[in-house]
Design a protein around this ligand. Structure first.
Ligand code: PLP
Length: 471
């Protein structure tokens, strides 16, 4: 399997070459040259497999530069009941007739990002050992991604994590989750500033090419193909749990921000999984909903990006969206480049409303969308508690609201649960008047000793800290 760049760079690469890279050299995103096709006989064989083996079968179609026995061992080591809480790994439960919740949030940090990040940690450790190399992951977080990355990389050989976060601005629970890690290879850096300062520092350090090369600086952001690939697996696992045979269509609703999660659903559908509809659920930051309704993709500035009660979906542009648009325009890289480099670069938007490709987006690719507000979120949390005695987090609530707008009788609708309610306790308290129960392993974490250094919002200070901690 070879990988290409959405922007037409002539190089073709193998999986392990792009594993440790971010963007392609031309600024595009990596995609496989073609999507492997899965026929009904294969689906029938896969239906009975435990999650780790299903993951191995799917990953094998995309990874041919890791020996199969090694890849199988990596999957088996990653997807265990100890780490993800159940033997099913992503158990499905029916909420009401035809509406299901697929639990993706029972990993170490209680959000779905663990599903991919845990595999990434093991893949990184494997590949770095094979190369005799090291990687220093530098990131900026306001919560979810940083903790998922730290829990995936803790104790891994050859990897260090330097995670910046805005000092005092994360919830006490989030701070405790990250800062209580005592692993030597995990470095929490609290920056005196806001999240944008952290992001600017990461950019400044990465733009210093000499420093970047010398200290082998890398990232784990959501455009990494391996992360997306790991997410493809739970669409198959959800499908098998929602159906008794492989001739039945299923729809999925996906709380969306950077379009990584739902893009994995698109890949599963392109492989031949019988997915009828992929509902993109957004909050008030509705760039994606606007696109699927109108054909216009208009990225927002900082002033138009709202801070909402489903904060992990607060995005102004969706970094994985380019992958889907590449398929939408028939994999025409010149056309893609015009849209994402010229149109977005110059006027901040592009318009596909008059394009037959867009008019076919729902039919050919199954995409639909909806948008929710804070009031919708609270109403869904209350309703789900009252009618089904089930607590959902604000992101999953956005999903449930969107799902109900696109239900077709006879077609199971699977809503992806992207976080547990305890992570967003303040909104649960607002909706229900009380805190959700906390899983045992997180009881009292606020009282644990904290491992964190405080630095000014200055890239040079962060560089000096990295240099000091790299031998
Ligand atoms: C990251 C995240 C999302 C958005 O996922 P994307 O892949 O960026 O679309 C939704 N909900 C939660 C809880 C998240 O952490």
């Amino acid at each position: 399997m070879n990988y290409l760049s959405t922007r037409g760079h002539p190089d073709r690469k193998r999986f392990c070459e792009i594993l440790l890279e971010g963007l392609a050299p031309d600024g595009g995103l990596y995609l496989p040259e073609q999507y492997p096709q899965v026929d009904t006989a294969t689906l029938a064989k896969w239906r009975a497999l435990p999650y780790a083996e299903l993951a191995f079968e799917i990953l094998s179609l995309y990874i041919d530069d890791i020996p199969p026995a090694d890849l199988k061992a990596l999957c088996a080591k990653t997807y265990t009941a100890e780490v993800f809480g159940t033997d099913e790994i992503v158990p499905l439960r029916e909420l009401e007739d035809g509406v299901y919740l697929e639990a993706l949030s029972n990993g170490p940090t209680l959000a779905f990002k663990d599903m991919a990040m845990q595999l990434l940690g093991n893949l990184f450790e494997y590949e770095l050992a094979r190369r005799g190399s090291e990687l220093n992951i530098l990131g900026a977080t306001s919560g979810d991604t940083g903790s998922a990355a730290e829990y995936a990389m803790r104790g891994k050989k050859g990897v260090r994590v330097f995670m910046t976060s805005p000092d005092g601005r994360m919830s006490p629970f989030q701070q405790a989750q990250m800062f209580s890690l005592q692993d030597e290879n995990i470095h929490n850096i609290a920056i005196t500033g806001v999240f944008d300062d952290c992001q600017d520092i990461v950019k400044a350090v990465s733009n210093d090419l000499g420093f970047k090369r010398k200290y082998r600086i890398g990232t784990v952001n959501s455009i990494n193909w391996a992360r997306l690939l790991a997410q493809v697996v739970y669409y198959f696992a959800g499908y098998f749990q929602a159906t008794a045979s492989n001739d039945k269509p299923v729809s999925f609703t996906v709380p969306s921000g950077n379009f990584g999660n739902v893009c994995a659903g698109h890949v599963a559908r392109m492989m031949g999984l019988p997915v009828q509809t992929l509902v993109v659920a957004t909050n008030e930051n509705d760039v994606l909903d606007e696109f699927f309704r109108t054909g216009v993709y208009r990225v927002r500035g900082a002033a138009d990006t709202h801070e909402t009660s489903s904060p992990s979906m607060d995005i102004s542009k969706a970094s994985n969206f380019e992958r889907f648009v590449f398929d939408l325009v028939g994999r025409d890289a010149a056309r893609l480049r015009k849209l994402f480099v010229e149109d977005l670069g110059v006027q901040g938007s592009f318009d596909l409303s008059g394009d037959p490709a867009f008019q076919q987006a729902a039919g050919r690719f199954g995409f639909k969308s909806s948008r929710s507000t804070h009031a919708d979120r609270l109403a869904v949390i209350r309703d789900t508690d009252k009618r089904f005695a089930t607590l959902v987090d604000p992101h999953t609530a956005d999903g449930l609201k969107a799902a109900r707008e696109h239900i077709v009788p006879g077609v199971p609708m699977v809503v992806l649960e992207t976080a547990l309610p305890i992570k967003f306790a303040a909104t649960l308290v607002e909706a229900l008047g009380e805190e959700p129960a906390r899983p045992k392993k997180f009881e009292g974490i606020e009282a644990l000793p904290k491992r964190v250094v405080k630095l000014p919002a200055d890239a040079e200070a962060v560089k000096a800290y990295i240099a000091q901690n790299c031998d």
